[in-house]
Design a protein around this ligand. Structure first.
Ligand code: SF4
Length: 122
C-alpha cells in the first residue's frame, strides 16, 4: 500500500514539479519550485551567491536563478517576505526515494519538524 501511494505521489510530482524523489520535500520553501531539479546545486537556502543579474552561474543567460523565479512568483501575491523566513536544513538523504507525504505525516521531514517546533513555542 505504501509503495502504491509513493508511486502515485511521485508520478504526480514529476509531472507538476520535475520531482527527484528526495523524500524531504522543500517545495513549500521555494515557492513550489523543486530545488532538487531546478537548481543545479540543489540549494535550499539560496540564492547561492554565484548568480549574476538574476542568472544561474551554471547556466548564465540561459536559466534564471531558482530564487529569482521564486521571488517573482511570491511578489505577485505580496508574499515575497516568505522567502528566507526559515533556515532550511540540507536534504535528509535517509529519506531518499521514500514518500515525502508519508514522511510529513510521520513527522520525519524538515517541514513537519519545523511545524512541531513552532507549535511548541506558541
Ligand atoms: S523537493 Fe524533493 S520531494 Fe519535493 S519535489 Fe523536489 S525532489 Fe520531489
Amino acid at each position: 500500500m505504501e509503495d502504491l501511494f509513493h508511486k502515485l505521489e511521485h508520478l504526480t510530482k514529476v509531472a507538476l514539479f520535475d520531482c527527484r524523489d528526495c523524500g524531504d520535500c522543500a517545495l513549500i520553501d521555494v515557492a513550489y519550485l523543486c530545488p532538487m531539479s531546478q537548481c543545479p546545486k540543489n540549494q535550499r537556502n539560496g540564492a547561492c551567491g554565484g548568480s549574476f543579474q538574476g542568472w544561474c552561474e551554471v547556466y548564465p543567460e540561459k536559466r534564471l536563478c531558482i530564487y529569482v523565479r521564486a521571488y517573482t512568483r511570491l511578489k505577485k501575491h505580496g508574499e515575497e517576505e516568505q522567502l528566507g523566513k526559515d533556515i532550511v536544513p540540507p536534504c535528509n538523504w535517509d529519506l531518499y526515494q521514500t514518500s515525502s507525504w508519508i514522511n510529513y505525516y510521520l513527522g520525519k521531514d524538515h517541514v513537519s519538524k519545523r511545524r512541531n517546533q513552532q507549535d511548541t513555542h506558541e
